[in-house]
Design a protein around this ligand. Structure first.
Ligand SMILES: *Cc1c(COP(=O)(O)O)cnc(C)c1O
Length: 330
């Protein structure tokens, strides 16, 4: 893996995040289910973006930036973790956040991640449903530069090659835990959105010569579109690690059957999955990502696609703070 350990990184994440067995949910689903608790990464509520930010913050420091700018939905967990990392490392933070059609509105604008973004001191630019975020961001970056500022732009979900490296590290951490506890895993399941988590994890597994399959339950795209997005970023990440990008072939699996009408829009199966996990295991999922991924996982177990008694690992990528933006749906 060429010079992976030489790539600049700040330390934020509480590692290793716990690897736990879920006996009551396993019993319910007929498989043997483990959970990797990346909801416990430790930064202002935690979640998967914290690992990505370790590399992105180091890069922003290297470039002499003084302000972080990123984009997402109004209840973006990525935006919250970026605001927290900005505070911790002394950057200002501006968040360009889009309203999402079809989401419950009572608490969407002020509670959950929005409450925390404001508390963490970020400046929020709220966009309406038909405003173009990339145009808005371009204008904002130009305006900041003209005012003598040095903005550092982090793409949606922190999903570029640098951000994905956070999940290359996570793959190594997980493989060590599995080895130490002598656990064999047949498949890893996670929620896949902007793709950095799945691409980084796969790159780390490939680099370590592990053939554990990774299934990404898509939260906003068809199977084919999600697989393409993950594959592109995986190839770039492998290249960065000095690994032949062709190793990405036949490693990327997504499932686009569980996101319902669209990103952030609730489904009955998501509501049920969140309730079942809370009530059987005391684990809080989220309405946008992990709830839909778990709903998909449960359905694949119930329909026999996931083999009974197989060993499955669910990567909990965080997001429970978003529940408070969705209270009326529960
Ligand atoms: C962003 C996010 C994801 C998706 O991760 P990507 O790297 O964007 O695919 C999953 N779960 C939660 C809770 C998230 O906030």
């Amino acid at each position: 893996m060429s010079d992976f350990h030489l790539i600049p990184r700040v330390t934020i994440t509480h590692t290793p995040t716990p690897l736990e067995h879920l006996p009551r949910l396993s019993n319910d689903l007929g498989c043997n289910l483990y959970i990797k608790r990346d909801d416990c990464t430790g930064l202002a509520g935690g979640g998967n973006k914290t690992r990505k930010l370790e590399y992105l913050i180091a890069d922003a420091q290297k470039q002499g930036a003084d302000i972080l700018v990123t984009v997402g939905g109004l209840q973006s967990n990525h935006a919250r973790q970026t605001a927290a990392a900005a505070a911790k490392f002394g950057f200002q933070c501006e968040l360009v956040l889009e309203d999402v059609a079809g989401t419950p509105k009572t608490d969407y604008y002020h509670n959950g991640n929005m409450l925390l973004d404001r508390l963490l001191g970020a400046k929020i630019h709220e966009l309406g449903q038909n405003q173009d975020a990339s145009e808005y961001v371009e204008a904002l970056l130009t305006q900041l530069r003209n005012a003598g500022r040095k903005p550092y732009f982090i793409p949606m979900g922190g999903s570029n090659v640098l951000g994905s490296l956070g999940y290359v590290r996570c793959a190594n951490e997980l493989l060590q835990q599995l080895e130490k506890d002598n656990i064999h895993i047949d498949q890893i399941v996670l929620a896949s959105g902007s793709a950095g988590t799945q691409a980084g994890l796969l790159a780390g597994l490939i680099a370590a010569k592990s053939d554990i399959p990774v299934l990404g339950i898509a939260v906003s795209r068809s199977t084919q579109d999600q697989e393409q997005l993950v594959t592109e970023l995986l190839k770039e990440t492998l290249t960065k690690l000095g690994i032949n990008p062709d190793e990405a072939n036949v490693r990327v699996f997504a499932n686009g059957n569980y996101y319902g009408e669209g990103y952030g829009i609730t489904t009955p199966a998501m509501i049920s999955a969140v309730q079942v996990c809370a009530q059987l295991e005391g684990i809080l999922l989220d309405p946008v990502y992990t709830g839909k991924a778990m709903a998909g996982f449960m359905d694949l177990c119930n329909t026999g696609v996931i083999k009974p008694n197989s060993n499955q690992l669910f990567l909990h990528t965080g997001g429970s703070q978003g529940l408070f933006g969705y209270q009326e749906s529960f």
